[in-house]
Write a protein that binds this ligand. Structure first.
Ligand code: EPZ
Length: 417
């Protein structure tokens, strides 16, 4: 398995371009199943999870052509309603095919996603919503088996805000008969991006960006050509890297309006953030101030930025508290950061961080996608060398991250196993 080796202590300077958002591209590529013509998607990030999504769609009978960051998918030949375990276990977001398959093929047999290091991540709300739309839903031998001659609009309330749950049911409802109301729906920019694409395909979704989505079913959707929105989590990760290294970087092709809570919090720690359209300039302050953070559904502070901010606060002046309200086990990175000299105590879903003057480089192990990014950040700030192993986690969600950091002056390299 590859490692990434970082030599800390170099302030980052220069420009970096943000890739398309992984968590927008996944549902949007899957939405191609809802129509029988070629859909073209540009600004698609080159990532392991995108490859897994393409493999899954081909398994269902879609034809796919890729030219670097442009992907064309034609689901006219959709002929297989089964998503097997060996594909689903590679990427739990595969569950997103459930809604479109029942909508288009009237049935689906999708493997239950396996466990995940950051939490149980059940899909009960996906299944409850699909049943509310009139599908027969059963769990048989580790698979979800769902079928419906015709899905009918219904009123669905999400007990918990769920991003892929909202996306799955939106894709099931757009071809259902009648009106569907999704209440307490997720408002993440990636959910909004999917709704915008579905409307461009001829769907009738109202209330986009709010927590109540009204979907009026239509008989069919037409193919579409769209561009994927910028990745707000990749953007936030680079913003923190400037703050951590006392650097001064210009971030291009980003969407600052998707990062209001992150910009607000970073400014409170002492960084200077300047916004100019789709460009942001982030300058690290001469000292890092401790703050408190509580992760919340959008537009609150994103859980996917929690690990990155924990690194920043571990070298801030003073005492910080991070409360993780979305996932029950998203502090796995704490033990690795403590190996680098961070002073963090965890009690339940709260992490108490006492800032230390400096982190010290050491070998560490990545455990999940965003935690592995935080270990790279820690390596940039630490004195000495940090070796991050199991970087396959990183490759799932960050396009060429070591090349992007190197272009900003980081002393970083990938060591092939
Ligand atoms: C999406 O996961 C993202 N993944 C995650 O990003 C992100 O961390 C998460 O949303 C929260 O923002 C994709 O978009 C592909 P949820 P998702 O359903 O949809 C509970 C990354 O690093 N829940 O919004 O799986 C669940 O257990 C990944 O890119 C139920 O109880 O998250 C969690 O506690 C990590 N029942 C909470 O809701 C359900 O049926 C939020 O989960 C569904 C969810």
């Amino acid at each position: 398995m590859d490692k990434i080796v970082v030599e800390g202590g170099y302030p980052l300077k220069g420009e970096v371009r943000i890739s398309g958002a992984k968590n927008a591209a996944l549902p949007i590529l899957v939405s191609s199943l809802l129509t029988d013509g070629p859909c073209t998607y540009s600004n698609v990030p080159v990532l392991k999870d995108i490859e897994s999504t393409k493999e899954l769609l081909i398994n269902h009978g879609a034809r796919i052509e890729t030219d670097q960051h442009t992907v064309t998918i034609d689901a006219g030949g959709l002929n297989n309603s089964e998503a097997p375990y060996d594909l689903v276990r590679k990427m739990r977001a595969s569950i997103l095919v459930l809604g479109p398959l029942v909508a288009r093929l009237k049935k689906a047999r999708v493997s239950l996603p396996g466990g995940c290091s950051i939490g149980a991540r059940p899909i009960n709300l996906h299944l409850k919503g699909l049943a509310a739309l009139g599908a027969k839903v059963e769990l048989i031998h580790g698979y979800v088996e769902a079928s419906a001659a015709k899905l009918r609009g219904a009123e669905i309330f999400f007990d918990t805000v769920t991003v892929t749950g909202t996306e799955n049911l939106m894709m099931a409802a757009v071809l259902a008969e009648g009106i569907t109301l999704l209440r307490n729906a997720a408002r993440e920019p990636e959910v909004t991006a999917l709704a915008d694409v579905l409307n461009k395909m001829g769907a009738k979704i109202e209330g986009i960006g709010t927590s109540v989505l009204k979907i009026t079913g239509v008989p069919a959707l037409k193919p579409v050509s769209v561009s994927i929105i910028p990745d707000r989590i990749e953007t936030g990760t680079f913003m923190v890297s400037a703050a951590l290294s006392g650097g001064d970087i210009k971030i291009l092709d980003c969407e600052p309006t998707h990062l209001e809570s992150v910009i607000h919090k970073l400014r409170l720690t002492g960084s200077e953030v300047k916004i100019d359209g789709n460009t942001m300039t982030v300058k690290g302050g001469d000292k890092i101030t401790s703050i408190d953070i509580k992760t919340m559904p959008y537009p609150g502070f994103p859980t996917d930025m929690q690990a990155q901010f924990m690194v920043l606060l571990s070298v801030a002046k003073g005492f910080s508290v991070i409360t993780e309200t979305i996932f029950e086990n998203r502090f796995i990175h704490v033990s690795e950061l403590k190996r680098l000299g961070a002073d963090i105590k965890v009690s339940g879903n709260t992490a108490m961080i006492t800032g230390v003057p400096k982190l010290m480089g050491a070998p560490v192990m990545a455990t999940d996608l965003r935690a592995s990014a935080s270990l790279i950040l820690a390596g940039l700030a630490a004195s000495g060398t940090t070796e991050v192993s199991r970087v396959y986690h990183l490759d799932r969600g960050y396009e060429a991250i070591e090349k992007k950091f190197a272009s900003l002056g980081a002393k970083i390299k990938r060591v092939k196993a």
